[in-house]
Design a protein around this ligand. Structure first.
Ligand code: HEM
Length: 404
């Protein structure tokens, strides 16, 4: 990027007013911010941070920064709204001690044994989807593949009956969509409706599971925890189902798009399948599915020459930090063997993604099996981006898939 472009991108940057060019490719803007104004003051008084070292420090500093979003969500959603109740009861938007208590239950339930148990189902699911793609030839890889995997995995984890899974994705999109910086009235209504429908559904599922307990699903495990109120249990299950959906769909979709636009990388991965681990980490870094996080300053801190006062809201730009040349040599280059690769796609510190092993397992199995089955796959037509700043992915990714 030329030097003349930089001040313009930085001066006019307003996360509450982004245009389609930004959604298409936010990285030139992120680079300009990181280089010229890494702790950028936004028009509403919040700050937008883009350097790796600043984000890493904030994520690990529990006393200086809070995840509690009650004061931010009250004016955004209204304190009596379903969206407010849902998001402020989810562990991710809370601090200790509530956060610690809920997180412990989830982490304890996602044991290595539970993960190992998921693998055979996952392989069968992926192979079944690949068979269907092979029959169809030209497909939308988001609908036919990327989005079809997480809904089943997370549905299995919480033992949601197969026939009930259809509405889960739309609920999840509506509830997480409400976290975008700016919301239309329709999005707000859709989000509130989705919380109501989702919690009504789960209330019935919980009642059924209490009457017919099982010992091998996450929901039955959570039901045994007597320190959960009914609302806490429902909202954290909704959060788990949402957290595991859109993000992992985008990881699989973004990874496919990256690989399909780098034939050398596909070739390398087919000849050295053991690179799949580092390849997925590189996809997570270069096209992070969750691009933005937030924190509230609770103790004064100084960062990038700026004093951050208590009460200030911060947006942590994971998408920018993951391309910071101070941490990643040649940060814009897609290098599937990259090591070390300490990206922040799952954040870090006490709130680091509790489902990262699940997401990694899904992506590794899905991507490796896909490229082994379809080495000659071609993207066809326009790639349709999701049009959201926080969750980066594709709405559709059309391809012609021919078996080897
Ligand atoms: C590629 C897929 C995924 C990405 C990129 C991702 C990313 C993240 C990030 C960045 C956070 C931290 C949010 C913050 O504190 O600001 C987070 C938290 C969380 N994620 Fe994920 N996630 C993914 C998949 C999953 C899956 C599959 C699950 C569940 C099985 C899950 C469960 C959670 C939970 C429970 C938290 C809250 C942790 C806490 O607050 O202590 N995530 N995730």
């Amino acid at each position: 990027m030329s030097d003349e472009q930089r001040p313009d991108l930085v001066d006019t940057f307003n996360p509450n007013n982004l245009d389609s060019a930004f959604y298409e490719d936010p990285y030139p803007t992120y680079e300009a911010l990181r280089t010229s104004d890494p702790v950028h003051r936004c028009q509403d008084g919040s700050f937008f941070l883009t350097r790796y070292s600043d984000l890493d420090q904030i994520y690990r500093d529990r006393t200086g920064f809070s995840s509690d979003k009650k004061s931010a969500f009250a004016p955004k959603f209204g304190v009596h709204s379903p969206l407010f109740e849902h998001h402020t009861t989810s562990l991710v938007f809370n601090d200790a001690p509530y956060h610690t208590r809920v997180r412990r239950h989830i982490v304890e339930a996602l044991t290595p044994q539970v993960l190992r148990g998921m693998e055979p189902h996952l392989i069968t699911l992926v192979e079944g989807l690949l068979d269907k793609i092979e029959d169809q030839g030209r497909v939308d890889l988001i609908e036919s593949f990327a989005a079809a995997i997480p809904v089943e995995v997370i549905g299995n984890l919480l033992a949601v009956p197969h026939e009930d899974r259809r509405p889960l994705r739309a609920w999840s999109l509506a509830i997480l969509g409400a976290l975008e910086p700016v919301l239309t009235e329709q999005q707000q209504e859709a989000g509130n409706r989705a919380v109501r429908e989702f919690t009504d559904y789960l209330r019935n599922l919980v009642a059924h599971r209490r009457a017919h307990p099982s010992d091998d699903d996450l929901l039955s495990g959570l039901l045994q925890e007597s320190d959960f109120s009914s609302a806490e249990l429902l909202h954290n299950c909704v959060f788990l189902l949402n957290a595991g959906h859109e993000t992992t769909t985008n990881l699989i979709g973004n990874s496919l798009a990256l690989l399909l636009s780098h034939p050398d990388a596909i070739h390398q991965l087919r000849t050295q399948p053991d690179l799949i681990g580092t390849a997925i980490e590189e996809c997570l870094r270069l096209e992070s599915p969750n691009q933005l996080g937030n924190r509230l300053v609770v103790q004064q801190r100084r960062m990038g020459g700026v004093t951050l006062q208590p009460g200030t809201y911060l947006t942590l730009c994971i998408g920018a930090a993951n391309r910071d040349p101070a941490e990643f040599p040649q940060p814009d280059v897609f290098s599937i063997g990259r090591k070390p690769n300490r990206h922040l796609a799952f954040a870090a510190g006490s709130h680091a993604c509790a489902g990262m092993s699940v997401a990694r397992l899904e992506a590794r199995i899905a991507i490796l099996r896909f490229i082994q089955r379809f080495p000659n796959v071609q993207l066809t037509g326009e790639l349709l981006r999701g049009g959201r700043a926080r969750f980066r992915g594709f709405r559709a990714l059309w391809a012609e898939a021919r078996p080897a």
